[in-house]
Design a protein around this ligand. Structure first.
Ligand SMILES: NC(=O)c1ccc[n+]([C@@H]2O[C@H](COP(=O)([O-])OP(=O)(O)OC[C@H]3O[C@@H](n4cnc5c(N)ncnc54)[C@H](OP(=O)(O)O)[C@@H]3O)[C@@H](O)[C@H]2O)c1
Length: 142
């Protein structure tokens, strides 16, 4: 177990806000930064896009709608780093305003990911969050 290296995990980070957070952490924060995606292919493309910018995020698969995927990822970070320093619980979905799916179905599908699956991430990752506090250095890059 590597207890010395800091580690940050960003869910749903192959695009959008999550990808931007990975980029910012890679630039400003001293530690291993994990870009995660439900689709390994889309994740690798995103990792390569940041590599073209000179950044070196690491990758782990994580589909928040799949309990096994959540448990596998949590076990990986516990084994490799003894926990997680930063978790950005970002992954979510949103129907387009013009989508004609019945609103009851939209509500169910949206809650399944944005509430229940996000909560499942916390159930398995919050116990791994390493203690911090006002006296803990932020490990910002110089
Ligand atoms: N952009 C806004 O105006 C806005 C406003 C309010 C709140 N938010 C919230 O901010 C967060 C990011 O928004 P965004 O605009 O960056 O959205 P986005 O561009 O649609 O990106 C969402 C990311 O979440 C991933 N994702 C979706 N379902 C997932 C799952 N089951 N497991 C793992 N990853 C999953 C997507 O992966 P795929 O590529 O595989 O789909 C994608 O990488 C979301 O929580 C969103 O609700 C955004």
């Amino acid at each position: 177990i590597d207890m010395l290296t800091k580690v940050a995990v960003v869910t749903g980070s192959n695009k959008g806000v999550g990808l931007a957070v990975v980029r910012a952490l890679c630039k400003q924060w001293q530690g291993d930064v994990y870009l995660t995606a439900r689709d390994v292919g889309r994740g690798q493309v995103a990792v390569e896009s940041l590599a073209l910018e000179g950044l070196k995020p690491l990758f782990h698969q994580l589909n928040i709608n799949d309990l096994n995927s959540i448990k596998t990822a949590a076990a990986f970070f516990k084994e490799k780093y003894g926990g997680v320093d930063i978790l950005i619980n970002n992954a979510a979905i949103a129907f387009k305003a013009a989508d004609t799916t019945p609103v009851a179905v939209q509500a169910e599908v949206t809650l399944r990911t944005n509430f229940f699956a996000s909560r499942d991430v916390l159930t398995h990752f919050l116990p791994l969050i390493k203690p911090g506090g006002t006296n803990t250095p932020l490990h910002l890059k110089k």
